[in-house]
Design a protein around this ligand. Structure first.
Ligand SMILES: [Zn+2]
Length: 350
């Protein structure tokens, strides 16, 4: 890749499912691709109560990359009753650079029974808006996840079939996002996975025009790149027109094997000419967007720095340790949190 890269969207896998791995191998692979900056996004802690502390820990301790930490609110664990605005304050005090919301992914939205437009989020979102803190939201999923004719057995197994009538439709999810944005128009927000709009160019333009502080990231789902290919001239124009508001991202996590290929996949989609080629992973045939050098530079790096700020915030080590100690005593008798307690003992409290 000829361009300096900042990755707006990287995860650490859930420890609470019994997995307890260290991300150095993933982070080394990312650094070796010429990436200099990335954001580690905490998943909304369902059972992984240490998720926020883990992104902060690796931000502080991994030195080959400049890491920003995006925390997320406790929704289903022992801290779920702490008001979101208090949680936000704490995350900022700890040294988080931004906030990640996965609440609008259809399965999470179903469990929560409310969207981000719910009044319980108002105070936190107003503070986030006022501070200019960057926010990344995963809302929706690929359209095919609602369609029984497109869904594959493994997706049903993972709970990724939403067409049985118990989930909100994509339109209903978007309607809640727009209600939230109408309340918080200055929120600096990136919708992950291109807001799942790669088959809806007119709607993508409408969103960009209506909400000037909204950005999209390019994290695969590969289906997004098939969508671009179906209208490559239209999307090329879109990318050039909105080249200030699109962010490079891979959705890498420490469970994925082919980290390097993910970077090639996103970068090639931007830079390849409009002829067909085979994607480095998943092997679908797609067309490149053939963007100008200026647009590629903005999408790969400049937009990220404008979104998250020039320097990562320092991690408050004293508060991190205190928080870890308190958390450990809060969860140590809970069987379901055994892996999280072990993580605290081995990483932060040793
Ligand atoms: Zn993600």
């Amino acid at each position: 890749m000829k361009q300096r890269i900042a990755d707006a969207h990287v995860h650490l896998e859930d420890v609470a499912e019994g997995k307890f791995r260290r991300p150095e191998k993933m982070l080394d692979a990312i650094a070796s691709k010429g990436v200099t900056d990335l954001s580690l996004l905490a998943y909304m802690p369902f059972s992984d109560v240490v998720s926020n502390l883990r992104v902060l820990y690796w931000k502080k301790n991994y030195k080959k990359l400049r890491i920003r930490a995006f925390g997320s609110f406790h929704e289903c664990d022992i801290y779920k009753d702490v008001p979101y605005e208090k949680q936000y304050e704490k995350l900022m005090d700890l040294g988080c650079d931004g906030i990640k919301f996965i609440q609008m992914k259809p399965d999470r939205r179903k469990v929560l029974g409310k969207g981000l437009n719910d009044p319980s989020y108002d105070k936190a979102l107003s503070a986030i808006e006022e501070d200019g803190t960057p926010v990344t939201i995963h809302s929706g999923d690929p359209e095919s996840f609602w369609d029984i004719n497109c869904v594959e057995p493994w997706m049903i197994e993972r709970g990724w079939f939403y067409g049985d009538g118990t989930y909100l439709s994509c339109e209903e999810l978007y309607a809640e996002d727009f209600k939230m944005l109408d309340k918080h128009p200055k929120l600096s927000v990136t919708f992950a996975h291109f807001f799942f709009l790669s088959n809806k160019i007119d709607e993508a333009k409408r969103v960009m025009e209506t909400y000037p502080n909204v950005k999209f990231d390019l994290t695969p789902g590969w289906e997004m790149y098939l969508g671009f290919s179906k209208n490559i001239d239209g999307w090329q124009r879109f990318f050039e027109d909105y080249s200030d508001r699109i962010l490079f991202g891979t959705d890498s996590n420490d469970e994925k094997e082919n980290i390097g290929d993910l970077y090639d996949l996103v970068y090639t989609a931007l830079t390849h000419d409009k002829s067909e080629y085979e994607m480095p992973i998943w092997k679908h045939t797609v067309k490149g967007l053939a963007l100008s050098d200026g647009a590629v530079k903005k999408i790969c790096f400049d937009n990220y720095v404008r979104f998250v700020g020039k320097e990562p915030k320092p991690v408050n080590e004293k508060l991190l340790l205190e928080t870890a100690e308190k958390m450990h005593s809060d969860i140590k008798d809970d069987e379901n949190s055994a892996v999280c307690a072990k993580w605290l003992e081995e990483m932060l409290l040793k």
